[in-house]
Design a protein around this ligand. Sequence first.
Ligand SMILES: [Zn+2]
Length: 126
Amino acid sequence: MMVSASVRADQAAKRAPRIRREFRTIAAMIRIYCQAHHEPLAAPCDDCRRLLDYADRRLDTCPFHAEKPVCNKCTVHCYSKTMRERVREVMRFAGPRMLYRHPWLTLRHLLDARRPAPELPGKRRP
Ligand SMILES: [Zn+2]
């Protein structure tokens, strides 16, 4: 677990701040959800960690990179149906609780949410 955390930190260092922030946001939401629903010794539990790893990989392949819109405004549906349902449930539960636990991340997320979703890079006019 320590190894995967440091590997993750190395990968995170190469990411745009926007993507790093997005990862911190979803990681915080999954921890809040997991603590309330699964009562693990250390959140996230294995199952929620798989969801977080999945979200992490989706962020790596996000075509918008630094211009990534917030997920619920995105025009690309990059999650599988099952994972989308799971992450939606997490966001529904953790969203309202984020303000108290992570006020700064929440504020940044609200600011990110004000920007419209950009067009896909491939579709952009010259
Ligand atoms: Zn869990």
